[in-house]
Design a binder for this molecule. Structure first.
Ligand code: ZN
Length: 135
């Protein structure tokens, strides 16, 4: 059980680091694959007569097929639900980045972001946002 908690924490930390990136998305989806594999395997073990007995403790565990499905389903939902929320958190922008798309505005001097067209009037020619100056 402690392994399940550690696994979830490892996945969520990874999602926080790679949030709103493809790597994070891959982690979000990929983290469910071992669970799915285990659930299918446990279901198979629970359905084949004699298989559970050969597997010892794990087999005993797998014998509770429906419980396994419920627990792993609940765990997967928790892992994915919390993970999706973490993944959706906005990335922190640097002082020189466009507030709309994160484009690096240093040296552009333009009044609008060349990437998304968002007004960049609060960014001076050095690319520093006015609200972040004078600290
Ligand atoms: Zn932009």
């Amino acid at each position: 059980m402690i392994l399940l908690a550690l696994y979830a924490i490892a996945v969520w930390v990874g999602l926080a680091v790679w949030r709103r990136r493809w790597l994070g998305f891959a982690l979000l989806v990929g983290s469910l694959l071992p669970l799915a594999a285990f659930t299918v395997w446990a279901g198979y073990m629970g359905s084949e007569p004699g298989a559970a007995a050969r597997m010892g403790f794990i087999g005993t565990l797998a014998g509770y097929g429906r419980v396994i499905y419920m627990v792993s389903g609940f765990y997967a939902a928790l892992l994915f639900g919390v993970g999706a929320v973490i993944f959706a958190q906005p990335r922190r922008l640097g002082a020189h980045q466009c507030e709309g798309c994160g484009y690096d505005l240093r040296g552009s001097g333009a009044e609008r972001c060349p990437e998304c067209g968002r007004e960049a009037s609060s960014v001076d020619s050095n690319g520093l946002r006015a609200d972040l100056q004078g600290r």
